[in-house]
Design a protein around this ligand. Structure first.
Ligand code: HEC
Length: 398
């Protein structure tokens, strides 16, 4: 019953998380686009910096941007913030249900670090908090005036975080923690800087004071980071079911690739929306494609090389191996405390079942170390190599 309930809660939270995420990223993409597409015209009213006409859903929309603010504050002002807050709240709740509730399966890998569940959860919370604190300090340091240096430092910081999470958690949990940490930085920007600064500016304007331009600059810096981090963070979130990403021994390097590719593609859209042409929007796609190709090649490279298997491996040995390392979960009657049914419907009770799943077994337990989950059953490199040799040489019975 518990596992059933956990599945439902997890599914409902995922549903909510995807919906709020779409609302957040959607409105953020829309405003970035709107901002960059504003055009100056001769006839704009006083204080209006640019305008945009669009057509959607059977009507025409006319947006005008006032900088710093209109002479008269409107009675009703819509704030965009709950999209971001709810995305963080639902995402954190989802992470708790999957990774904290079943910490022994999903969060901890005892071959990486032998943590008790409460310790692993403490490290996870501390990691998210530390990520925000370090990032916030960086944004307040003199670095904030040098955009390119700041981006380079952020890139190194997130890659380092990926490496450090990898020293504490299972590979899959490490990967999702990078996503969660970056997402915490992004929501933190909205909650702690962008909205509070905007509130001060509005209060100043209503009181007839001139707002401090530093408030707007700080908010702009954070919102630029959010803009460039959007695509990478989405990749981290959806890659959780793709062991080619997190399952690599150097998965922090994969994070580095994804950060670069996502930011470069985002840059193309930013420049394109701003009306840039030629060289300014020519380089992004070829560079992103070349990096993507490099990433694909890199992901199939194994640091340390393959273990050589010199003798033949037959079905009986492979089945015995899988029974020791996989059957606690992948069986008609799992014995693992976290699973009442075989996960994903994958069962290895018989040789025929194992053979039917062979390509996936190769992907999950040989080419990458996604399985056994959190290496809960302690599978060795040697065993992975022997299982791989059996599959690659045609799964001979004798
Ligand atoms: C602690 C429990 C556990 C153990 C042990 C375990 N698995 Fe899994 N396995 C899972 C879970 C959970 C999933 C579903 C993963 C997901 O939702 O992404 C899964 C999914 C799979 C899949 C399906 C992936 C897909 O693409 O649909 C394969 C194949 C697999 N495991 C192979 C193995 C092999 C081979 C072993 C032993 C070497 C093993 N597993 C050991 C929990 C386990």
């Amino acid at each position: 019953m518990e596992a059933h309930l956990q599945d439902w809660i997890s599914l409902l939270l995922r549903w909510l998380h995807v919906i709020t995420g779409i609302a957040w990223i959607g409105s953020s993409f829309y405003f970035v686009w709107l901002d960059l597409s504003l055009r100056r015209r001769e006839t704009l009213p006083e204080g209006v910096q640019g305008e945009n006409w669009s057509v959607h859903g059977g009507g025409f929309y006319h947006a005008q941007k006032y900088l710093v603010a209109p002479a008269q504050m409107p009675e009703e002002l819509h704030w965009f913030k709950w999209e971001s807050y709810m995305t963080w709240i639902s995402g954190f709740a989802l992470m708790a249900v999957v990774y904290y509730w079943s910490a022994k399966s999903y969060l901890i890998d005892r071959t990486v670090l032998d943590l008790a569940p409460w310790q692993a959860v403490a490290v996870s919370l501390a990691g998210l908090a530390a990520g925000w604190i370090v990032y916030d300090l960086l944004c307040r340091s003199p670095l904030r005036r040098h955009q390119a240096v700041m981006f380079a430092v952020l890139f190194l910081f997130i890659t380092l975080a990926a490496y450090l999470f990898g020293l504490a958690f299972s590979a899959r949990a490490a990967f999702v923690h990078v996503g969660a940490m970056v997402a915490t930085m992004m929501s933190g920007n909205v909650l702690m800087v962008i909205i509070p600064n905007q509130k001060i500016v509005v209060a100043d304007l209503i009181a007839g004071r001139t707002p401090d331009p530093a408030l707007g600059q700080a908010a702009k810096l954070r919102s630029t980071h959010n803009n460039y981090l959007t695509l990478p963070v989405l990749f981290m979130m959806i890659s959780n079911h793709y062991p080619v990403t997190f399952g690599h021994a150097w998965n922090w390097a994969i994070v580095a690739f994804v950060l670069a590719i996502g930011a470069i593609v985002r840059d193309f859209f930013n420049r394109h929306n701003a009306g840039d042409k030629g060289a300014a929007i020519f380089w992004q796609w070829p560079v992103a494609a070349a990096l993507m190709l490099a990433l694909t090649v890199f992901s199939s490279w194994k640091p340390g090389g393959e273990i050589l298997v010199e003798d033949d491996v037959y079905t009986a040995e492979a089945l015995a191996l899988v029974q020791v390392r996989c059957l606690s979960c992948h069986s008609a009657k799992p014995s693992d405390e976290d699973f009442e049914e075989a996960p994903g419907g994958v069962m290895f009770d018989s040789a025929d079942q194992l053979k039917a799943w062979a390509p996936k077994v190769l992907a999950q337990a040989v080419l990458t170390q996604a399985m056994p989950l959190g290496n809960k059953t302690g599978m060795t490199e040697e065993e992975r190599a022997r299982l791989g040799a059996w599959i690659r040489t045609g799964m001979a019975d004798d």
